[in-house]
Design a protein around this ligand. Structure first.
Ligand code: ADP
Ligand code: MG
Length: 518
């Protein structure tokens, strides 16, 4: 059925590839076949091998797709859409790919066997997907931060990952630690409030604070300050440029300049100390050696930070960035936390319990770069699933929500031939449960039939094969992951079905296109 050689794509001799629908749908099937067996908790792993014979074992749809060396243009299109799904909702990529393959398979039948015009099929898909999304919305339950269901969403989302149980506990602990402080304008935003960093030399843990992968400005500074008064420095801390000193060769001039440098440096450090600050987060481009020495002498804690780090350190500690000397006399420029300290061994700095308590950090270990990358991605998936669940609610998982709306989608009445496009959507809605169960070693179709005749919310227990209530089992998915996956699948299917020729073209780079417009 699928073309194993999808990676090699060449337009034919006359620069025209006939039968584009066959070629393109084969490419989709081939991509889908590589990831479909990973779907669900019983999904299998893939061994990825690159040209240098580096190996990596993965169970993650996106990781696999991104590492495929697929050059068929349609295969690349799927990879891009999958990547976008990952960016938008951060989960449900395999689901989207499996559904798109199903839509294309069904759509192709309609076009080829029944002679339905592709535009009719496409219009049917559009209406069907829209309707399916609103039906799923109607099934949605709203959840809160302390609901048990939040934990279940995270566990469901990570159930297919290596080490998923342990990673979900980390995610849940992070969610509870940051709590409602992760709300911005009425909705949860964990992008802003849960930082996830990879550290191969450290153990997994959740830190109630910010972890900077940095060391103190000077090793003679104190290692730790309790109840620090934190200042964020953006101001230039180099009063006299080195170049000036070098260029000026007259001894007297140098002396004047050195004295000037010393007194300006003193002025800066004295004004900092006058504010009561004892921990400096320095984002200034340069720090004069004299300033540094004075800070060491006064036993201040200081660490360099990047300008990107200013925003969240300021939001977390309440410190307002200081841009010039005059700012130092402003009120409320200092932030606070319960402790700031460096772990010398791991070369990280902790800012714990900032006054606003709106950020936590999850540290993810991993013996190799690839494992830590995959564990990191899994944790991000879990966090994204939690965010989507809290903001938009949840539906029954395991493909159950999709399966039980099929009958209702069927009842939708569209004009003329568009009606047949609904079959495409219904096939896709059924494919998720079927695939999850096939991957669990059952006859997928047979089990799907059994689930279909059970009440709403029911699916199949992947261990026993018996119908069970997915809500009771705690297998639940965020609505958003489902609707976005459905839309992404439809997008792929629509583009593939609409194409009747693949043509080899001259330069299609954006630059060439904009020139030809002129
Ligand atoms: P994706 O890349 O699409 O997120 P996953 O491999 O993460 O793919 O699988 C997600 C699917 O697995 C969801 O539909 C989810 O409901 C389902 N799932 C997770 N745990 C179970 C379970 N215990 N029983 C049945 N289905 C499950
Ligand atoms: Mg997933």
């Amino acid at each position: 059925m699928s073309n194993p050689n999808f990676g090699v794509w060449r337009p034919m001799a006359e620069n025209v590839e006939f039968n584009a629908l066959d070629s393109n749908s084969n490419a989709v099937m081939a991509v889908a076949d590589t990831v479909r067996t990973t779907l669900g908790p019983k999904g299998l792993d893939k061994l990825l091998i690159d040209q240098a014979m580096n190996r990596h074992i993965s169970n993650d749809g996106v990781t696999i797709l991104l590492s495929l060396r697929a050059i068929h243009p349609v295969a690349r299109m799927i990879v891009e859409i999958a990547e976008r799904q990952e960016q938008l909702v951060g989960d449900g990529t395999t689901t989207a790919v499996v559904m798109s393959a199903e839509m294309i398979k069904e759509g192709k039948k309609l076009v080829r066997e029944l002679g339905v015009h592709p535009t009719k099929v496409v219009e049917g898909i559009e209406s069907g997907v829209k309707h399916a999304c609103s039906l799923l919305e109607a099934e949605t339950k709203i959840i809160k931060l302390n609901d048990n269901m939040l934990e279940q969403v995270v566990r469901t989302s990570l159930s297919s990952k290596l080490d998923g149980k342990h990673l979900s506990s980390l995610v849940i602990s992070a969610l509870h630690t940051v709590g409602n402080n992760a709300m911005f304008n009425g909705s949860y935003n964990f992008d802003k409030s849960i930082l996830v960093i990879r550290k191969t030399n450290m153990d997994d843990k959740v830190v109630n604070g910010i972890v900077l992968e940095r060391t103190r400005l000077d090793p003679e500074m104190p290692l730790e300050i309790k109840e620090p008064k934190i200042m964020i420095m953006k101001m230039n801390m180099k009063p006299v440029k080195d170049a000036w000193l070098k260029e000026n060769s007259k001894y007297q001039d140098i002396l004047t300049m050195e004295n000037d440098r010393l007194s300006k440096a003193k002025q800066i450090v004295d004004s900092i100390i006058a504010t009561g600050a004892n921990a400096l987060l320095i984002a200034s481009p340069e720090v004069d050696q004299v300033v540094e020495d004075l800070l060491v002498a006064k036993r201040l804690f200081a660490v360099r930070i990047s300008t990107e780090e200013i925003e969240y350190l300021s939001r977390y500690t309440g410190a307002k960035p200081v841009r010039m000397l005059e700012d130092l006399s402003n009120q409320d420029i200092l932030g606070s936390s319960s402790r700031i300290y460096e772990n010398e061994q791991n070369q990280v700095i902790y800012v714990e319990n900032g006054s606003h308590q709106n950020i936590v950090t999850v540290i993810i270990s991993g013996s190799t770069k690839e494992t830590s990358q995959e564990r990191w991605r899994a944790v991000i998936d879990g966090i994204n699933a939690a965010e989507a669940a809290l903001n938009n609610g949840v539906v029954a998982g395991g493909g159950s929500a999709e399966l039980h709306i099929i009958e209702k989608v069927k009842k939708l009445r569209l004009k003329g031939l568009e009606q047949v496009g609904l079959d495409v959507v219904m096939a896709a809605l059924e494919s998720i449960m079927r695939q999850i169960l096939t991957n669990a070693g059952f006859n997928g179709l047979e089990k799907v039939m059994a689930a279909r005749s059970s009440p709403e919310g029911f699916g199949i227990d992947i261990n026993t094969g018996e119908p069970v209530d997915m809500w009771k089992m705690g297998v639940i998915d965020p609505l958003l992951v489902k609707t976005m996956a459905l839309k992404a699948a439809a997008e792929i299917a629509k583009s593939v079905l609409r194409i009747d020729r693949n043509l080899a073209a001259e330069d299609l780079s954006p630059q060439a296109l904009s020139e030809s417009k002129r």
